[in-house]
Design a protein around this ligand. Sequence first.
Ligand code: SAH
Length: 196
Amino acid sequence: SDVGSQKERVVTEEEWLEKWEMGNIGFHKEEGHPLLQKYLDVLLNGRSGLRIFFPLCGKAVEMKWLADMGHSVVGVEISEQAVKDFFSEHSLPYCEEPVPEISGAKMFQSTSGNISLYCCSIYDLSSSIIGKFDGVWDRGALIAVNPCDRQRYASLMISLVEKNSSYLLVTVSYDPNKHKGPPFYVPESEIKSLFG
Ligand code: SAH
């Protein structure tokens, strides 16, 4: 199908920050995502104590859920408000420290140590900074990335996962001529070519 109408669309970091400031965050859900519950076994694949990555994490409640199950969660989000809201809405004490490798970036970590949220652009990260992951929950992430950045995003994500990792990806299906996005429509064929 024709995705030409969305190809050129760019949402700037400032626009995302503004969405958070204005409370224009319809993408945030208070209930855990039903597809994570449904495919949890696929993500975990019988393993425990995994390192799980949440790209473009917002204040996704699933981070708390997986951390409570004994996994170690790492997220990245450009909005500091989102990160702080996450910890305060779950009454989790946290500390905040600079990230030496990335100028201006901060890392917010729960005092218990099992949730670390990087406040910076995902494109500033690499496996030398955050390590590699056993699992990824990609909901509202690939489909929120600007279409022109998709290849870069996918290559980065591939570089951040261990060999035996599971990657759960949620996409949306709709007529891209009727909505400018985000969320963007990413056809299955493109997902295959991005991730192989
Ligand atoms: N995955 C979350 C949020 C989805 S909305 C959820 O399920 O609720 C996309 C989020 O990505 C927004 O919170 C936005 O602030 C953030 N974002 C956009 N561009 C980003 C970038 N380059 N690096 C990190 N975060 C980004």
